[in-house]
Write a protein that binds this ligand. Sequence first.
Ligand code: GLU
Length: 291
Amino acid sequence: MPPPVFRFAPSPNGYLHLGHAYSALLNFDLARASGGRFLLRIEDIDATRCRPEFEAAIYEDLAWLGISWETPVRRQSEHLSRYREAVEILAGLGLIYPSFESRAEIARLVVQREASAPWPRDPDGAPLYPGEAKSLPPDERNRLIGEGMPYALRLDMPKALARTEELAWQEDGAGPGGESGVVAAHPEAWGDVILARKETPTSYHLSVVIDDALQGVTDVVRGQDLFWSTSVHLLLQQLLGIPQPAYRHHRLVADSSGQKLSKSTAATGLRELRGQGASPAEIRRIVGLSE
Ligand code: GLU
């Protein structure tokens, strides 16, 4: 049996905090305990939010924690053509369509729809796509694209589901509602998800699935906040004919008031804690990992 492959896949859009430290250390520990490999992947597809100084800080903070990784590090921004190819495959199956509404227009449509009944939301709380771009005639689509209109490429969820078998995964951790064991996927809960945009030919969902497959990742260990994204990932894996790794979603590290950490602050940022004299061993203890 080839060794298991784990990865930590941060986005360089801010400094790492205790939650990242827990996830990175857990993956690194699991790889070491199983004689496996540990990869670091930089998820930098969002050119407006990712910055080189954050990426440099990721390398510095992880090395300080005592983590080492294989090189070269995969940086998603260097592989956009790979993701484009996957979009082409899905488009060839007739599963992709462009939508042209701005965020403000979508918000307005949702308000309109909600006048009669509550409009469904995805697992992250965002309203499902309320527009009707799916029924635009091809000429009209081409005209709008030709005029340079911004667009999002969406997965036609009902059509995608019609092509796939029932989806489920073995959860080795737990979901936000305590889900574990064999979990049934519910990709339909996300509606017609965006897989790419005019200015970024990919999305989190698409690139994570492609990269995990290309890098031979066998074990995805990540935060519970991504638990239900797994439904979309399984669907894409089946549509693209790529392997499904094992999944383990871990608890999120909370701050002293019990809130999920989203931004690094003086109390939770690794750089700040290091500046205040904390040691890597103390970081392990704070996040609940043994030394
Ligand atoms: N890049 C994602 C994040 O920073 C994590 C991706 C994953 O682990 O699937 O939240």
